[in-house]
Design a protein around this ligand. Structure first.
Ligand code: PEP
Ligand code: CO
Length: 468
Protein backbone atom coordinates (compact mmCIF):
# COMPACT_ATOMS: atom_id res chain seq x y z
CA UNK A 1 0.00 0.00 0.00
CA UNK A 2 2.56 2.65 0.97
CA UNK A 3 4.45 2.18 -2.29
CA UNK A 4 1.42 2.65 -4.53
CA UNK A 5 0.38 5.71 -2.51
CA UNK A 6 3.91 7.03 -3.02
CA UNK A 7 3.72 6.47 -6.74
CA UNK A 8 0.34 8.12 -7.18
CA UNK A 9 1.45 11.07 -4.98
CA UNK A 10 4.61 11.48 -7.02
CA UNK A 11 2.68 11.50 -10.32
CA UNK A 12 0.21 14.27 -9.57
CA UNK A 13 1.31 17.79 -10.59
CA UNK A 14 3.03 19.77 -7.84
CA UNK A 15 2.71 23.49 -7.19
CA UNK A 16 3.69 25.53 -4.11
CA UNK A 17 0.03 25.35 -3.09
CA UNK A 18 -0.95 21.82 -4.18
CA UNK A 19 -0.73 20.83 -0.48
CA UNK A 20 -4.01 22.70 0.02
CA UNK A 21 -5.86 19.81 -1.67
CA UNK A 22 -4.51 17.27 0.84
CA UNK A 23 -5.63 16.35 4.35
CA UNK A 24 -3.58 18.39 6.78
CA UNK A 25 -2.67 17.30 10.29
CA UNK A 26 -2.20 20.06 12.89
CA UNK A 27 -4.24 22.60 10.91
CA UNK A 28 -4.41 26.08 12.37
CA UNK A 29 -7.93 27.56 12.41
CA UNK A 30 -7.44 31.18 11.35
CA UNK A 31 -10.73 33.04 11.76
CA UNK A 32 -10.09 35.90 9.32
CA UNK A 33 -9.30 34.57 5.81
CA UNK A 34 -8.81 38.08 4.40
CA UNK A 35 -6.21 38.93 7.06
CA UNK A 36 -4.48 35.60 6.42
CA UNK A 37 -4.35 36.30 2.68
CA UNK A 38 -2.91 39.78 3.30
CA UNK A 39 -0.15 38.34 5.53
CA UNK A 40 0.70 35.54 3.08
CA UNK A 41 0.78 37.93 0.10
CA UNK A 42 3.09 40.27 2.00
CA UNK A 43 5.39 37.37 2.99
CA UNK A 44 5.53 36.23 -0.62
CA UNK A 45 6.85 39.65 -1.68
CA UNK A 46 9.56 39.94 1.00
CA UNK A 47 13.21 39.02 0.35
CA UNK A 48 14.28 35.44 1.03
CA UNK A 49 15.73 34.58 4.45
CA UNK A 50 18.30 32.18 2.98
CA UNK A 51 19.67 31.68 -0.52
CA UNK A 52 19.65 28.79 -2.95
CA UNK A 53 23.46 28.56 -2.95
CA UNK A 54 23.55 28.20 0.84
CA UNK A 55 20.89 25.50 0.52
CA UNK A 56 22.87 23.66 -2.16
CA UNK A 57 26.03 23.93 -0.07
CA UNK A 58 24.23 22.31 2.88
CA UNK A 59 22.94 19.57 0.58
CA UNK A 60 26.51 18.85 -0.52
CA UNK A 61 27.61 18.71 3.13
CA UNK A 62 24.76 16.34 3.90
CA UNK A 63 25.78 14.13 0.98
CA UNK A 64 29.23 13.90 2.60
CA UNK A 65 27.61 12.94 5.90
CA UNK A 66 25.59 10.27 4.09
CA UNK A 67 28.89 8.84 2.82
CA UNK A 68 30.40 8.90 6.34
CA UNK A 69 32.78 11.73 5.59
CA UNK A 70 31.21 14.33 7.88
CA UNK A 71 29.19 14.46 11.07
CA UNK A 72 26.15 16.60 11.72
CA UNK A 73 25.13 18.38 14.86
CA UNK A 74 21.54 19.59 14.54
CA UNK A 75 20.27 21.33 17.65
CA UNK A 76 18.68 24.21 19.47
CA UNK A 77 15.46 25.15 21.20
CA UNK A 78 12.33 23.05 21.10
CA UNK A 79 10.40 26.29 20.54
CA UNK A 80 12.02 29.64 19.94
CA UNK A 81 9.98 32.60 21.13
CA UNK A 82 9.91 36.08 19.68
CA UNK A 83 10.64 37.60 23.11
CA UNK A 84 13.83 35.59 23.37
CA UNK A 85 15.23 36.84 20.10
CA UNK A 86 18.16 38.42 21.96
CA UNK A 87 21.93 38.53 21.51
CA UNK A 88 22.40 36.54 24.74
CA UNK A 89 20.17 33.67 23.62
CA UNK A 90 21.50 33.53 20.09
CA UNK A 91 25.17 33.59 21.13
CA UNK A 92 24.54 30.99 23.86
CA UNK A 93 23.02 28.63 21.30
CA UNK A 94 25.84 29.19 18.83
CA UNK A 95 28.47 28.68 21.53
CA UNK A 96 27.11 25.37 22.69
CA UNK A 97 26.74 24.12 19.11
CA UNK A 98 30.32 25.22 18.35
CA UNK A 99 31.64 23.57 21.49
CA UNK A 100 29.75 20.34 20.87
CA UNK A 101 31.07 20.36 17.32
CA UNK A 102 34.67 20.76 18.50
CA UNK A 103 34.30 17.82 20.83
CA UNK A 104 32.88 15.75 17.97
CA UNK A 105 35.66 16.77 15.58
CA UNK A 106 38.15 15.71 18.24
CA UNK A 107 36.58 12.27 18.70
CA UNK A 108 35.62 11.47 15.14
CA UNK A 109 38.45 13.23 13.29
CA UNK A 110 35.87 14.37 10.79
CA UNK A 111 34.56 17.81 9.85
CA UNK A 112 31.25 18.66 11.50
CA UNK A 113 28.26 20.43 9.93
CA UNK A 114 26.42 22.68 12.40
CA UNK A 115 22.71 23.15 11.89
CA UNK A 116 20.73 25.20 14.40
CA UNK A 117 17.10 24.74 15.28
CA UNK A 118 16.76 28.49 15.03
CA UNK A 119 15.62 31.51 13.04
CA UNK A 120 12.15 30.08 12.48
CA UNK A 121 11.55 27.32 15.06
CA UNK A 122 8.34 29.11 15.98
CA UNK A 123 5.60 26.60 15.04
CA UNK A 124 4.77 23.66 17.29
CA UNK A 125 2.60 20.57 16.79
CA UNK A 126 0.42 19.78 19.80
CA UNK A 127 -1.17 16.57 21.01
CA UNK A 128 -4.53 18.34 21.54
CA UNK A 129 -5.98 21.27 19.56
CA UNK A 130 -7.47 22.81 22.70
CA UNK A 131 -6.55 23.09 26.33
CA UNK A 132 -8.72 23.60 29.40
CA UNK A 133 -7.56 26.08 32.01
CA UNK A 134 -8.75 28.49 34.61
CA UNK A 135 -9.61 32.16 34.00
CA UNK A 136 -10.84 34.11 37.05
CA UNK A 137 -11.96 30.90 38.73
CA UNK A 138 -13.87 29.69 35.64
CA UNK A 139 -12.86 26.57 33.68
CA UNK A 140 -12.26 27.65 30.13
CA UNK A 141 -11.34 25.85 26.88
CA UNK A 142 -9.00 27.71 24.51
CA UNK A 143 -6.86 26.74 21.49
CA UNK A 144 -3.54 25.16 22.52
CA UNK A 145 -0.36 27.20 22.11
CA UNK A 146 0.98 26.36 18.63
CA UNK A 147 4.16 28.43 18.84
CA UNK A 148 4.82 32.15 18.39
CA UNK A 149 4.29 31.96 14.62
CA UNK A 150 0.62 31.19 15.34
CA UNK A 151 -0.49 32.42 18.77
CA UNK A 152 0.85 33.35 22.20
CA UNK A 153 1.42 31.16 25.24
CA UNK A 154 -0.57 33.20 27.81
CA UNK A 155 -3.84 31.53 28.72
CA UNK A 156 -6.24 34.27 27.57
CA UNK A 157 -8.66 34.20 24.61
CA UNK A 158 -6.79 37.09 22.93
CA UNK A 159 -3.37 35.46 23.25
CA UNK A 160 -4.50 32.06 22.06
CA UNK A 161 -6.31 33.33 18.96
CA UNK A 162 -4.29 32.36 15.84
CA UNK A 163 -3.10 35.70 14.44
CA UNK A 164 -1.90 35.91 10.79
CA UNK A 165 0.22 38.98 11.66
CA UNK A 166 2.46 36.61 13.66
CA UNK A 167 3.57 35.04 10.36
CA UNK A 168 5.15 38.39 9.53
CA UNK A 169 6.50 38.90 13.04
CA UNK A 170 8.09 35.44 12.83
CA UNK A 171 9.68 36.29 9.48
CA UNK A 172 11.13 39.53 10.89
CA UNK A 173 12.56 37.83 13.98
CA UNK A 174 14.03 35.04 11.85
CA UNK A 175 15.65 37.72 9.66
CA UNK A 176 17.15 39.49 12.70
CA UNK A 177 18.44 36.18 14.07
CA UNK A 178 20.03 35.20 10.76
CA UNK A 179 21.57 38.62 10.35
CA UNK A 180 23.28 38.36 13.74
CA UNK A 181 24.40 34.76 13.13
CA UNK A 182 25.91 35.64 9.77
CA UNK A 183 28.00 38.40 11.31
CA UNK A 184 29.08 36.23 14.23
CA UNK A 185 29.97 33.25 12.04
CA UNK A 186 32.24 35.28 9.81
CA UNK A 187 33.67 37.54 12.53
CA UNK A 188 35.86 37.02 15.59
CA UNK A 189 33.22 35.11 17.57
CA UNK A 190 33.91 31.82 15.85
CA UNK A 191 37.67 32.34 15.63
CA UNK A 192 39.33 29.42 17.35
CA UNK A 193 42.39 31.56 18.00
CA UNK A 194 40.22 33.49 20.46
CA UNK A 195 38.71 30.54 22.18
CA UNK A 196 38.64 32.53 25.43
CA UNK A 197 35.45 34.07 24.04
CA UNK A 198 33.84 30.69 24.18
CA UNK A 199 33.53 30.95 27.93
CA UNK A 200 34.57 27.62 29.32
CA UNK A 201 34.89 29.03 32.87
CA UNK A 202 31.94 27.14 34.23
CA UNK A 203 33.84 23.91 33.70
CA UNK A 204 36.30 24.79 36.47
CA UNK A 205 34.11 27.07 38.57
CA UNK A 206 31.14 24.76 38.91
CA UNK A 207 30.22 24.32 42.57
CA UNK A 208 30.64 20.60 42.53
CA UNK A 209 32.32 18.03 44.66
CA UNK A 210 34.03 14.66 44.38
CA UNK A 211 33.37 12.62 41.31
CA UNK A 212 31.48 15.32 39.47
CA UNK A 213 34.26 17.86 39.84
CA UNK A 214 36.75 15.32 38.53
CA UNK A 215 34.55 14.56 35.56
CA UNK A 216 34.21 18.25 34.78
CA UNK A 217 37.93 18.76 35.02
CA UNK A 218 38.54 15.89 32.67
CA UNK A 219 35.94 17.35 30.34
CA UNK A 220 37.58 20.76 30.57
CA UNK A 221 40.97 19.35 29.64
CA UNK A 222 39.43 17.51 26.74
CA UNK A 223 37.74 20.68 25.47
CA UNK A 224 41.03 22.51 25.61
CA UNK A 225 42.83 19.74 23.80
CA UNK A 226 40.02 19.72 21.21
CA UNK A 227 40.64 23.42 20.68
CA UNK A 228 44.39 22.88 20.39
CA UNK A 229 43.71 20.12 17.90
CA UNK A 230 41.50 22.38 15.82
CA UNK A 231 44.15 25.10 15.98
CA UNK A 232 46.70 22.66 14.63
CA UNK A 233 44.45 21.89 11.70
CA UNK A 234 44.12 25.64 11.26
CA UNK A 235 47.84 26.09 10.68
CA UNK A 236 47.19 24.99 7.15
CA UNK A 237 43.93 26.76 6.74
CA UNK A 238 43.58 30.00 8.67
CA UNK A 239 40.40 30.77 6.83
CA UNK A 240 38.64 27.68 8.16
CA UNK A 241 39.55 28.53 11.73
CA UNK A 242 38.37 32.10 11.66
CA UNK A 243 34.97 31.48 10.18
CA UNK A 244 32.48 28.66 10.51
CA UNK A 245 29.39 27.70 8.64
CA UNK A 246 26.09 27.57 10.46
CA UNK A 247 22.93 26.47 8.79
CA UNK A 248 19.37 27.12 9.92
CA UNK A 249 16.58 24.64 10.30
CA UNK A 250 13.05 24.44 11.70
CA UNK A 251 9.99 22.23 11.58
CA UNK A 252 8.09 23.19 8.43
CA UNK A 253 4.77 22.90 10.17
CA UNK A 254 3.00 26.06 9.11
CA UNK A 255 2.53 25.58 5.39
CA UNK A 256 1.12 29.08 4.90
CA UNK A 257 4.49 30.46 6.05
CA UNK A 258 6.64 27.95 4.15
CA UNK A 259 4.78 28.11 0.85
CA UNK A 260 4.64 31.94 0.85
CA UNK A 261 8.46 32.04 0.73
CA UNK A 262 8.78 29.24 -1.84
CA UNK A 263 9.77 30.37 -5.30
CA UNK A 264 11.92 29.82 -8.36
CA UNK A 265 15.28 31.53 -8.28
CA UNK A 266 17.24 32.77 -11.29
CA UNK A 267 19.49 30.28 -13.08
CA UNK A 268 18.38 27.24 -11.09
CA UNK A 269 15.87 24.50 -11.67
CA UNK A 270 12.95 23.98 -9.38
CA UNK A 271 11.50 25.73 -6.37
CA UNK A 272 13.34 26.66 -3.19
CA UNK A 273 11.75 27.13 0.20
CA UNK A 274 13.63 30.22 1.32
CA UNK A 275 12.56 30.43 4.98
CA UNK A 276 15.38 28.11 6.05
CA UNK A 277 18.07 25.78 4.75
CA UNK A 278 16.71 22.53 6.17
CA UNK A 279 13.00 22.35 6.93
CA UNK A 280 11.80 19.12 8.51
CA UNK A 281 8.52 17.24 8.66
CA UNK A 282 7.51 16.23 12.19
CA UNK A 283 6.47 12.81 13.44
CA UNK A 284 2.83 13.98 13.61
CA UNK A 285 2.63 15.35 10.06
CA UNK A 286 4.49 12.79 7.96
CA UNK A 287 1.41 11.00 6.49
CA UNK A 288 2.28 9.93 2.94
CA UNK A 289 -0.89 11.37 1.45
CA UNK A 290 -0.93 14.40 3.74
CA UNK A 291 -0.36 18.09 3.04
CA UNK A 292 3.15 18.26 4.50
CA UNK A 293 4.62 15.44 2.41
CA UNK A 294 2.88 16.92 -0.63
CA UNK A 295 4.46 20.33 -0.05
CA UNK A 296 7.96 19.11 0.76
CA UNK A 297 8.18 16.67 -2.16
CA UNK A 298 8.28 19.64 -4.55
CA UNK A 299 11.10 21.76 -3.15
CA UNK A 300 14.83 21.59 -3.89
CA UNK A 301 15.97 22.00 -0.25
CA UNK A 302 17.19 19.06 1.74
CA UNK A 303 14.27 17.92 3.92
CA UNK A 304 14.28 16.21 7.30
CA UNK A 305 11.66 13.69 8.41
CA UNK A 306 11.20 12.60 12.02
CA UNK A 307 10.37 8.93 12.37
CA UNK A 308 9.10 7.27 15.54
CA UNK A 309 8.66 3.61 16.48
CA UNK A 310 5.21 3.32 14.89
CA UNK A 311 6.48 3.75 11.34
CA UNK A 312 6.30 0.72 9.08
CA UNK A 313 9.62 0.00 7.31
CA UNK A 314 7.85 0.11 3.89
CA UNK A 315 6.38 3.47 4.80
CA UNK A 316 9.89 4.83 5.48
CA UNK A 317 10.97 3.65 2.02
CA UNK A 318 7.83 5.15 0.46
CA UNK A 319 8.57 8.49 2.14
CA UNK A 320 12.06 8.48 0.65
CA UNK A 321 10.71 7.66 -2.83
CA UNK A 322 8.06 10.37 -2.61
CA UNK A 323 10.26 13.10 -1.19
CA UNK A 324 13.30 12.38 -3.34
CA UNK A 325 12.17 11.01 -6.66
CA UNK A 326 15.45 12.14 -8.26
CA UNK A 327 17.37 10.12 -5.66
CA UNK A 328 19.74 12.96 -4.87
CA UNK A 329 22.33 12.25 -2.17
CA UNK A 330 22.11 14.52 0.88
CA UNK A 331 18.49 15.35 0.09
CA UNK A 332 16.55 13.49 2.80
CA UNK A 333 17.55 13.38 6.44
CA UNK A 334 15.76 10.64 8.37
CA UNK A 335 15.76 11.54 12.04
CA UNK A 336 14.94 8.52 14.18
CA UNK A 337 13.36 9.28 17.58
CA UNK A 338 12.32 5.91 18.89
CA UNK A 339 12.68 6.20 22.68
CA UNK A 340 15.35 4.34 24.64
CA UNK A 341 13.13 1.29 25.16
CA UNK A 342 11.92 1.09 21.55
CA UNK A 343 15.10 1.22 19.50
CA UNK A 344 14.34 -2.37 18.43
CA UNK A 345 11.92 -0.78 15.93
CA UNK A 346 14.92 0.73 14.11
CA UNK A 347 16.85 -2.25 12.63
CA UNK A 348 13.98 -3.40 10.33
CA UNK A 349 13.70 0.19 9.05
CA UNK A 350 17.46 0.42 8.46
CA UNK A 351 17.39 -2.90 6.60
CA UNK A 352 14.41 -1.92 4.42
CA UNK A 353 15.96 1.43 3.48
CA UNK A 354 19.33 -0.17 2.81
CA UNK A 355 17.72 -2.84 0.63
CA UNK A 356 15.73 -0.24 -1.32
CA UNK A 357 18.92 1.61 -2.26
CA UNK A 358 17.14 4.94 -1.58
CA UNK A 359 19.64 7.54 -0.36
CA UNK A 360 19.17 8.77 3.22
CA UNK A 361 21.19 10.66 5.78
CA UNK A 362 20.52 9.18 9.24
CA UNK A 363 20.40 11.25 12.40
CA UNK A 364 19.48 10.17 15.90
CA UNK A 365 17.15 12.40 17.92
CA UNK A 366 17.44 10.82 21.38
CA UNK A 367 15.13 13.44 22.92
CA UNK A 368 11.59 13.12 21.55
CA UNK A 369 10.95 9.46 22.36
CA UNK A 370 12.06 9.94 25.96
CA UNK A 371 9.67 12.49 27.44
CA UNK A 372 7.77 11.87 30.66
CA UNK A 373 5.71 13.95 33.04
CA UNK A 374 6.65 14.20 36.74
CA UNK A 375 4.10 13.78 39.55
CA UNK A 376 3.76 17.54 39.78
CA UNK A 377 3.03 17.84 36.08
CA UNK A 378 6.37 18.92 34.57
CA UNK A 379 7.54 17.58 31.24
CA UNK A 380 11.05 16.22 31.56
CA UNK A 381 13.48 13.69 30.09
CA UNK A 382 16.15 11.60 31.70
CA UNK A 383 19.74 12.11 30.58
CA UNK A 384 20.36 8.38 31.02
CA UNK A 385 17.53 7.51 28.62
CA UNK A 386 18.90 10.01 26.09
CA UNK A 387 22.36 8.43 26.28
CA UNK A 388 20.88 4.93 26.14
CA UNK A 389 18.95 5.73 22.95
CA UNK A 390 22.03 7.23 21.34
CA UNK A 391 24.14 4.20 22.18
CA UNK A 392 21.55 1.67 20.98
CA UNK A 393 21.04 3.66 17.79
CA UNK A 394 24.78 3.62 17.11
CA UNK A 395 24.80 -0.12 17.73
CA UNK A 396 21.85 -0.63 15.35
CA UNK A 397 23.65 1.26 12.58
CA UNK A 398 26.88 -0.65 13.18
CA UNK A 399 24.94 -3.91 12.96
CA UNK A 400 23.05 -2.92 9.80
CA UNK A 401 26.13 -1.52 8.09
CA UNK A 402 24.45 1.90 7.73
CA UNK A 403 26.02 5.26 8.57
CA UNK A 404 24.79 7.33 11.52
CA UNK A 405 25.41 10.85 10.27
CA UNK A 406 25.01 12.68 13.58
CA UNK A 407 22.63 13.83 16.28
CA UNK A 408 19.55 16.01 16.59
CA UNK A 409 19.11 17.51 20.08
CA UNK A 410 17.08 20.06 21.99
CA UNK A 411 19.68 22.13 23.74
CA UNK A 412 20.28 25.57 25.17
CA UNK A 413 23.48 27.36 26.09
CA UNK A 414 21.84 28.49 29.35
CA UNK A 415 22.07 26.70 32.65
CA UNK A 416 18.47 25.48 32.77
CA UNK A 417 17.05 22.64 34.87
CA UNK A 418 14.74 20.82 32.47
CA UNK A 419 16.34 17.39 31.84
CA UNK A 420 17.05 15.15 34.85
CA UNK A 421 20.52 13.62 35.37
CA UNK A 422 23.97 13.93 33.90
CA UNK A 423 27.00 15.24 35.71
CA UNK A 424 25.32 18.59 36.39
CA UNK A 425 23.18 16.77 38.95
CA UNK A 426 19.70 18.04 38.03
CA UNK A 427 17.20 16.07 40.08
CA UNK A 428 13.42 15.96 39.91
CA UNK A 429 13.32 18.24 42.99
CA UNK A 430 15.52 20.83 41.25
CA UNK A 431 13.49 21.04 38.01
CA UNK A 432 11.66 24.17 39.16
CA UNK A 433 14.93 26.11 39.79
CA UNK A 434 15.30 27.25 36.20
CA UNK A 435 12.67 25.57 34.06
CA UNK A 436 12.46 28.01 31.15
CA UNK A 437 11.45 26.16 27.99
CA UNK A 438 8.43 27.28 26.00
CA UNK A 439 7.79 23.65 25.05
CA UNK A 440 9.95 20.53 25.54
CA UNK A 441 12.77 20.12 28.11
CA UNK A 442 16.24 20.91 26.74
CA UNK A 443 19.72 19.73 27.63
CA UNK A 444 21.51 22.46 29.54
CA UNK A 445 25.02 23.59 28.70
CA UNK A 446 26.76 20.97 30.85
CA UNK A 447 24.48 18.12 29.77
CA UNK A 448 24.99 19.04 26.12
CA UNK A 449 28.76 18.97 26.45
CA UNK A 450 28.61 15.74 28.39
CA UNK A 451 26.51 14.16 25.64
CA UNK A 452 29.00 15.40 23.04
CA UNK A 453 31.84 13.76 25.01
CA UNK A 454 29.96 10.48 25.26
CA UNK A 455 29.27 10.48 21.52
CA UNK A 456 32.79 11.57 20.76
CA UNK A 457 34.22 8.76 22.93
CA UNK A 458 32.01 6.21 21.22
CA UNK A 459 32.98 7.56 17.80
CA UNK A 460 36.68 7.51 18.52
CA UNK A 461 36.37 3.87 19.60
CA UNK A 462 34.55 2.96 16.39
CA UNK A 463 36.44 5.36 14.09
CA UNK A 464 38.37 2.47 12.56
CA UNK A 465 35.11 0.77 11.55
CA UNK A 466 33.46 3.75 9.92
CA UNK A 467 33.73 4.34 6.20
CA UNK A 468 36.57 6.75 5.45
C1 PEP B 1 10.28 18.61 17.85
O1 PEP B 1 11.32 18.34 17.23
O2 PEP B 1 10.20 19.58 18.66
C2 PEP B 1 9.12 17.70 17.70
C3 PEP B 1 7.88 18.08 17.97
O3 PEP B 1 9.51 16.49 17.31
P1 PEP B 1 8.70 15.18 16.80
O4 PEP B 1 8.03 15.58 15.53
O5 PEP B 1 9.80 14.19 16.61
O6 PEP B 1 7.77 14.80 17.90
CO1 CO C 1 10.54 19.32 20.95
Amino acid sequence: MPQSTAQSTARSPWTPTSWQQRPRAQTVQYDDPAALKRAVDRLAGLPPLVTSWEIESLKANLADAQAGKRLIIHGGDCAETLDECSPATITATLKILLQMSLVLIHGSQKPVVRIGRLAGQYAKPRSKPTETGDIDGQACELPSYFGDLVNKADFTPGARRPDPELLLAGYHHAAMTLNFIRSLATGGFADLHHAEQWDLRFLTNAQLSGDLRERYQRMSQEVRSAIRFAELIGENSMHEVSRVDFFASHEGLNLEYESAQTRKVPRRDGYYCLTTHLPWIGERTRALDGAHVEFFRGIANPVGVKIGPSIDPDEAVALLRTLNHKREPGKIVLISRMGATKVDALPPILRAVEKSGEPAVWLCDPMHGNGHVTDDGRKTRSFDAIVAELRSTMAAHAQAGTVLGGVHVEVTGHDVTEVIGGASGVTQERLSENYATACDPRLNYAQALELAFILSGALSRTAGDLPA
